[in-house]
Design a protein around this ligand. Sequence first.
Ligand SMILES: [Zn+2]
Length: 336
Amino acid sequence: MQSFDYEQRNVKECEKKKNKNSKKYRPIDWSFYPTLDEIYNWLDLIIRKWPNIVTGFNIGYSYEGRLIRGVRLSFKPEKKAIFIESNIHAREWITSAACTYLIFELLFSRDYEVRRMANRLDWWIVPVLNVDGFVYSHEKERLWRKSRRPISDCGCIGVDLNRNFEYLWGQILGIKHDPCSDQYGGTHPLSEPEVEQLTKFINSNIPEGSIKIYIALHSAAQAILLPWTHTRELPVDYDRLMYVAKAFADAVFSRFYTKYRYGTSANILKCEEYYGTSKDWAYAVKAIPIAFTIELPGGGRKAPFELPKGAILRVCLELLDGLVGMIDAIKTLEII
Ligand SMILES: [Zn+2]
């Protein structure tokens, strides 16, 4: 198995970044898409100001040596956990913007339902998992999707990190084994440092069995996607998962009449050759009872990943509504 010399590269990269950190950041107000530095600066601020509730954590380092960071929000001790992983696909900027909004509302909302939701769970949130790809998409190529590790020989760069998880990896053959494909899954399961360290972090830092909800936040299919991704066969507790997904969709609809579809990934996306996704790993390997991909809305057929800035706040509000409805439904099932 390939190993990465994280430590040496990391020290160098960190020093480089510290020197650059004197610039001013725009305050996050959901009128624009924040950069990685802006998100991290904002996380630092809330960790510093609300240390009793917010704790920062580090997943590890990306291929290019950037820190992959998250925050844990705990309002009441001993709660079951929700884990939210976001921006695994670099160009899906709305996902990290929505994560910061969710964190903000969890901390400051005075709405009774939001407060109740915040108190019900221990929140682990990683706003940007694919940090290298995200920075590249901000600085060089807006529609970049994969990570940034060069793949030897072919000159192609990057792995689709959401095809690199250790569940049925590589059992389904096809174009996804072409390193130049946008959905190339890597050389073996967990071959990518971002995914390997995420799974290691979850396995070693969060007590086994305490995560009851796993959300992979994506755009732009406007849908709640259940397992499975590799087959159109339905998971055993399909009815229960659909009940929870419908609760999300109904709650979203109630504000601006936005319709989210819901169903299994393979059936909604009409595709059954995806493998190694985080949601299927969470559901099958980690036995997390509610494991969803939530696909936020996009900017229309011509520019699905370029949701206009003016729509950020609407999508954020809807995500919050959806989560309130969804977590109420999960509560009735006595999963949390
Ligand atoms: Zn995606």
